[in-house]
Structure formats: structure tokens, C-alpha cells
Design a protein around this ligand. Structure first.
Ligand SMILES: Cc1ncc(COP(=O)(O)O)c(C=O)c1O
Length: 378
């Protein structure tokens, strides 16, 4: 029996065609050498931009292929000039690594409240935003809490009050599981990873930056791919702006294939499929009042977090692993602000994807119920 992967928010199972694509390009590199292989397959590699721009509704040149969300996010913030008197608005679901960046740089951050129902408090947002706000940075779906945040409503509101504010969306957990359209959402910058809901390979990620922001940005890392020396000046190539010379073409091709499949299948169908699975799972356990779920059912995605009275997260995780079920434990390192707010030390995270079957979910439910019953006897 294979392991059942309910840790899609960590890393999902890549599609077979993705692995095939990677392996076949590695063979091509073996035959032609790394550089000539790229020359020969340039057009195919460039399909990555076509596929991703179709998915998020932008132009090819607005995308940079990178290795992770964290790299994308740091390249952006470290390339942006933020004055001492300016502030950055973030929200209580902020990702742990992003918070480390603000603290390390000693940026003036203002934290906007998220209500008990998982929705952003607009009164608090209005109170905290001002003419010195440089960036509003929002996590679409958090790693440690599967509520879908109303990005479109928030960014439209922000832009109406202060049109010059840069709206940044961390779409690491939302891309591939719910619709992410940069025009609809009204964001200037968006970052994401390949290995989660897009079912791409590990070590892939991207950034989208619109024309307006790209014109103002000076990338923190320049090389002969994104810059050239003309006279005594440096000219920056603003297309695919954060890309440097060295990259992994096989991973880019694999990532491209994964996105192509999402486009073919249709993100709305994937979204409905995943949400239905979360709802099904919760319904099956609704009579067990030992279990507390931490998401609002109305804003549910594929990410479910829970605690079981009398059984700690490590015990649940270990028991499920012994039954060949993969899930994860999420801790304050993934979002200090969130864990400080809910006052628990960890959560068990079960994250569904479209490829998870209802039979597998039934098996998970059975295992959880068995564990609860076992504990009740002991
Ligand atoms: C919401 C969110 N943002 C950012 C990241 C960082 O992504 P990566 O590990 O690909 O850099 C994660 C990773 O889990 C995440 O869940």
C-alpha cells in the first residue's frame, strides 16, 4: 500500500507527466549538453510564461521563474526602497518567514486584525492605513489556517483610499487550488510555489510584477541576464526582471507542464472538487465533539486544521503515519502572529487535493475515529 498524501499544503504529488517531462529533458541535456539543449528547446521552455500568464491573467514579461516563494518575496522586498517614515500593512495570518524579514529589516509594520470568523476587519484596516503606507502585504490562504481571505475586496478598498500603495499577494497556498486572477484581485505583485497546489516539482516558484512596479524596481541581484553595461551606465532588462543566468530548465519544463494541466482541467473545477472534499471530511466528523476545527466553513479551502481533546498533535500525526497517512503539524514558526492569537501550541493540518479519493478520506476518518475510541478506553 502506498502512502496517502494529505500534506498537499506542504508538497503535493507531482503529476506523472511532470516527472516525465523533467526526466526526458535531463536525457536531452545528456545528449546535447546543458547549453545547447536550452537553445534547441527554447520555444518549449518559453511556454512556461504562456501557461502561467494564462492562469493568472497577465503578460509573459511580468513573470520571473524562481526557485521558491520565499526567494521571490525576498527579491521583491529587498529591491524596493522603503523609507524610515513609511510603513507596511500586514495581517494576522502573515507567514512566519515574511515576519522574520520585516523584523530583521526593522521595518515599521502595522498588523491588521483578522476576526474570529476568518475575515479581515475592515475597520481596523481603515484605522491603520495612511499616506505613509508603502505596501499592503496579504496572505491569500495561510499555511496554518485554510480560510480564504477576500483579497479582491481588500486590495480594491486599499487602492480606493491610496492608489499608490503597492498591493502584494502571497499566493503560495492559493495558486492551483482557487482562482487567482491578478487583474480581478487588483494586486501589483504576486508570489507562489510550484510544489503545492500546482503539483509542480520541488524547487520551483515565481513572481508576478505588473509593469508599473517593474519600472520602479532595481533588482537586488543583477547579472548578465537581467542587466548590461552600456558606457558607464547599467541598463536593466525589465522583462522577467528577477531572473538570473543560471536556472534549471528541466524543473521549469516540469513546472510548465503542471500549470498547463491546471489550465486544461480548469481552476474552477479543481476549486469545487477540493472544497467539496474538505466539507465531506468535516461532515463525517461533525458528531465528534472532541474535535475542534479552526477554519470557518464558509471560507473553506483544501486546508483543514484541527485539535483533538486529550490527544496531542504529535500522537495523532504518529498514529496516522503508522497507517500510511501523511499529514503535517503546523507550529508558531509558520505564523507567530496567528498562534499568539489562538493560544495553542500546534495544530494538525490535513490538506486535500483533487487527486485524493473519497475512499482515502473515508480511511482517514476511520483512523481518526479509531484513535479517539482507543484513547477513550485507555
Ligand atoms: C503562505 C506561505 N507563504 C510562503 C511560503 C514559503 O514558500 P516556499 O517554501 O516555497 O518558499 C509558504 C510555504 O509553505 C506558505 O505556506
Amino acid at each position: 500500500m502506498k502512502y496517502i498524501n494529505f500534506n498537499n499544503a506542504g508538497s503535493s504529488k507531482p503529476l506523472n507527466v511532470v516527472n516525465k517531462e523533467i526526466n526526458s529533458f535531463l536525457e536531452i541535456e545528456k545528449n546535447y549538453g546543458g547549453y545547447y539543449a536550452v537553445l534547441k528547446y527554447k520555444e518549449k521552455i518559453n511556454c512556461f510564461y504562456k501557461n502561467l500568464s494564462k492562469l493568472i491573467n497577465c503578460k509573459n514579461k511580468e513573470i520571473s521563474f524562481l526557485t521558491s516563494t520565499t526567494l521571490a518575496w525576498n527579491l521583491f522586498f529587498n529591491s524596493l526602497k522603503i523609507d524610515k517614515n513609511q510603513n507596511i500593512l500586514i495581517f494576522e495570518n502573515e507567514y512566519g518567514s515574511n515576519l522574520i524579514y520585516y523584523k530583521n529589516k526593522r521595518h515599521n509594520i502595522k498588523i491588521v486584525n483578522i476576526k474570529k470568523n476568518g475575515k479581515v476587519c475592515f475597520e481596523d484596516l481603515k484605522k491603520k492605513i495612511n499616506k505613509n503606507t508603502k505596501v499592503v502585504s496579504l496572505c491569500h490562504v495561510a499555511s496554518q489556517c485554510g480560510n480564504r481571505i477576500e483579497a479582491e475586496k481588500i486590495f480594491n478598498y486599499v487602492k480606493e483610499l491610496f492608489p499608490e500603495v503597492i498591493c502584494v499577494l502571497d499566493a503560495c497556498q492559493s495558486i492551483g487550488q482557487i482562482e487567482v486572477d491578478v487583474k480581478k484581485i487588483n494586486c501589483d505583485v504576486l508570489v507562489g510555489s510550484g510544489r503545492k497546489y500546482l503539483r509542480g516539482p520541488r524547487g520551483t516558484g515565481f513572481i508576478y510584477m505588473n509593469d508599473k512596479i517593474r519600472k520602479k524596481i532595481n533588482p537586488m541581484i543583477l547579472d548578465m541576464k537581467n542587466a548590461e553595461i552600456i558606457g558607464d551606465k547599467i541598463k536593466i532588462n525589465k522583462s522577467n526582471i528577477f531572473e538570473n543566468f543560471e536556472f534549471s530548465p528541466s524543473l521549469q519544463l516540469g513546472f510548465s507542464k503542471a500549470i498547463e494541466k491546471v489550465n486544461k482541467y480548469g481552476i474552477n473545477k479543481i476549486e469545487q472538487n477540493i472544497i467539496s472534499k474538505s466539507k465531506y471530511f468535516r461532515k463525517k466528523l461533525e458528531n465528534f465533539n472532541q474535535i475542534t476545527f479552526f477554519e470557518n466553513i464558509d471560507t473553506l479551502t483544501g486546508i483543514n486544521t484541527l485539535r483533538i481533546k486529550g490527544i496531542n498533535s504529535v500522537q495523532i500525526y504518529t498514529y496516522l503515519l503508522s497507517k500510511k497517512i501523511l499529514c503535517s503539524i503546523t507550529r508558531p514558526s509558520s505564523s507567530l502572529l496567528y498562534f499568539q492569537k489562538i493560544k495553542v501550541k500546534d495544530l494538525l493540518r490535513i490538506s486535500f487535493h483533487q487527486y485524493n479519493s473519497y475512499d482515502d478520506i473515508n480511511y482517514l476518518v476511520k483512523c481518526l475515529i479509531d484513535l479517539i475510541k482507543k484513547k477513550a478506553i485507555i
